[in-house]
Design a protein around this ligand. Structure first.
Ligand code: M6R
Length: 612
């Protein structure tokens, strides 16, 4: 959480930092700030609220200079306020620092620094770092002082610092929070994420854990915390700027919903040959899969939407590949005593690759001798780097806080993995495999047909936009779809309470809440449990709930059970979650829009949850 940017280069320095910050606002948006070295000293401007408040202030009273650091915040320590907003300064206002992460030992460091005479202005953990660097810089050159300060920190950080004493350099470091270097022509960036720099460069260096960087327009010096030089060539990212822009859509979320056919297509590209019944993975993943034992057990760990993809994965891996699977929330997994051994593979699913709980789960798994396979969207992020093998989703940058195309791309990878394992284990006949792979290859077109339901979904959204409680119910493969549909709605429309439930569990409690007109979204596509779902629909109707059904095209009989109906292409049960996803996302989107919600930046949320 929090987006950080540092820049040295050509004017307009402030405009460049603001543009970069605008592409990181998904990481937090309760306050924003910038510090600029103006040739004489450091000037700071901060505003509470979104970046646009800071931009408005800078339009009225501009700042300009040669180097700057900027920040968009998601508060951890200290309420959102100007004094708690970053950048933070040392006592003399001669160095400015932005931070993403949490300094766990800040209280003890602060007590010591107060004793040494430092004056604090904020309630944040971050400010101690500025004073700590100041303290070390009394005796050491700045770069060394920075590294010495870092050695005293416990917790997580991505940091960027500018100082009056060395104004042509940015100083950065990472431990537990992401940081990249962007190398342009006569300019250089530090940023939390690649989209921040895409408008200017696609040449990036990903910092590893505990690495420190000193950066100017003429070069990069990468070292360990001890100052040992590290050699790393820049990589060229394949994403282009359009991927990080709205391109005519009103919201990133809507754009990303409609990008799903191409995201799934890219994720399948070069991996699938349906006619030959083949699935191809990269060399490292192939080697990894070939090492799995016949007793192998899987534990899928993830958070939020990625967890819902994992739940679907659990059903398919058990059904088709006959591998025992536990699916766990990473935040729970890391604090229970999981029984892991050499015959366990932990599959970590994550869009960002930086989610703190999932990363901690990966580390726990490795400590206990399990293997780790990551499913991730962001190349070079922490989780794939710590995993033994990686299956990348190729969804492109996902900017909206609500995850959409990352989810369907995760499902796509899980289909590939499941069918590949089923084939390796001889559990699927060649003709059946070709049939399943052919459907897999057609998913992008089938998702397009699901998206075509948008006009009907808009009408349904208008009808139910004023409701304040929703249930989402499904069974088997679509129980996770119910959880995901409810999460989408409550996430982007905080005025509404939405709950996903296993349809068969209704009678065990929740049905008592159903009242006249209470909307219940039923996932009622053709499946082995279709008739059970229809019985559950009737139970809700008997209590005067309103049944909004998502069903398979061509199912005429279901109409009499429906107060509102959305149809998706008829398909095999295991593929139904990926076709149901888009209508659920669109329903949430249009209800939120009618309620005037801030769809891309819902209150109190941030896209990457890099703190516990
Ligand atoms: O980056 P990750 O996939 O690890 O993120 C996990 C969750 O934080 C994320 O899916 C979150 O639940 C989304 N905002 C849901 O739309």
């Amino acid at each position: 959480m929090c987006g950080i940017v540092g820049y040295v280069g050509k004017p307009p320095v402030v405009g460049t930092v603001l543009d970069a910050l605008s592409r990181l606002e998904y990481r937090g948006y309760d306050s924003a700030g910038i510090a600029v070295f103006n040739g004489r000293g450091i000037e700071v401007r901060k505003r509470v609220g979104k970046l646009k408040e800071l931009i408005a202030s800078l339009n009225t009273q501009p700042l300009e200079g040669q180097a700057a650091v900027g920040h968009t915040r998601w508060a951890t320590h200290g309420e959102p306020s100007e004094r708690n907003a970053h950048p933070h300064l040392d006592c003399r206002g001669e160095l400015a620092l932005v931070h993403n992460g949490i300094v766990e030992n800040y209280a003890e460091l602060k007590a010591r620094l107060l004793g040494q005479g430092h004056r604090f202005r904020s309630q944040t953990d971050t400010e101690v770092i500025a004073h700590l660097v100041e303290e070390h810089a009394k005796r050491l050159p700045l770069a060394e002082a920075f590294r010495s300060a870092l050695k005293e920190l416990r917790g997580s950080y991505a940091l960027c610092l500018i100082a009056k004493r060395d104004p042509t350099h940015l100083h950065g470091a990472r431990a537990g929070s992401p940081l990249i270097v962007g190398l342009g022509r006569g300019e250089a960036f530090l940023a939390s994420d690649v989209p921040a720099v895409l408008a200017r460069t696609r040449r990036v260096i990903y910092l590893n854990e505990q690495e420190v960087v000193e950066l100017s327009t003429s070069g990069v010096k990468l070292t360990t915390l001890n100052g040992t030089p590290v050699a790393r060539k820049p990589s060229t990212v394949s994403w282009d700027l359009s991927a990080a822009q709205k391109e005519g859509y009103d919201h990133f979320m809507l754009k990303e919903i409609f990008e799903q056919p191409s995201a799934v297509e890219r994720t399948l590209y070069n991996r699938l040959d349906a006619a030959k019944g083949q699935i191809a993975f990269d060399h490292r993943t192939r080697a990894f899969l070939s090492r799995l034992s016949s007793r192998e057990k899987f534990v899928i760990i993830a958070c939020g939407t990625a967890y819902h993809a994992g739940l679907v994965g659990g059903y398919m891996l058990e059904e088709l590949a006959k591998i025992p699977v536990d699916v766990d929330l990473a935040s729970e997994f890391r604090y229970r005593a999981p029984m892991l051994d050499r015959d366990t593979t932990v599959i970590a699913i994550t869009q960002s690759g930086e989610t703190a709980d999932t990363l901690a789960g990966v580390r726990l798994a490795k400590e206990q001798g399990a293997k780790v396979l990551a499913i991730c969207n962001v190349m070079g992020s922490s989780i794939p780097r710590e995993a033994d093998a990686v299956l990348y989703t190729h969804a492109g940058p996902e900017i909206a806080v609500a995850s959409t195309k990352a989810y369907t791309s995760q499902l796509t990878v899980l289909y590939l993995l499941t069918l590949s394992l089923a084939k390796r284990r001889g559990l699927v006949k060649p003709a059946r495999l070709r049939e399943l792979l052919t459907t897999l290859g057609r998913l992008p077109r089938l998702i397009e047909r699901s998206l075509a339901a948008e006009p009907a979904i808009k009408r349904i959204a208008r009808r139910y936009a004023r409701a304040r409680n929703f249930y989402y119910l499904g069974r088997r493969y679509n129980f996770p779809s119910a959880l995901e549909g409810a999460l989408k709605l409550k996430e982007i429309c905080p005025r509404i309470h939405a709950e996903g439930y296993a349809a068969g569990e209704m009678k065990h409690g929740p049905i008592s809440l159903i009242r006249n007109g209470w909307p219940v979204v039923f996932l009622a596509t053709d499946s082995t449990v279709y008739e059970k779902v229809v019985s559950n629909i009737e139970e809700v109707r008997a209590r005067k709930g309103e049944c909004l059904l998502i069903a398979s095209e061509g199912n005429r009989a279901i109409r009499r059970h429906a107060d509102a109906l959305i149809t998706v292409p008829k398909t095999e049960e295991l593929f139904s979650p990926i076709l149901i996803a888009a209508p659920l996302q669109l329903l949430a989107y249009h209800i939120a829009r009618l309620n005037g919600c801030d769809i891309d930046q819902p209150p109190n949320l941030a896209k990457s949850v890099t703190v516990e």
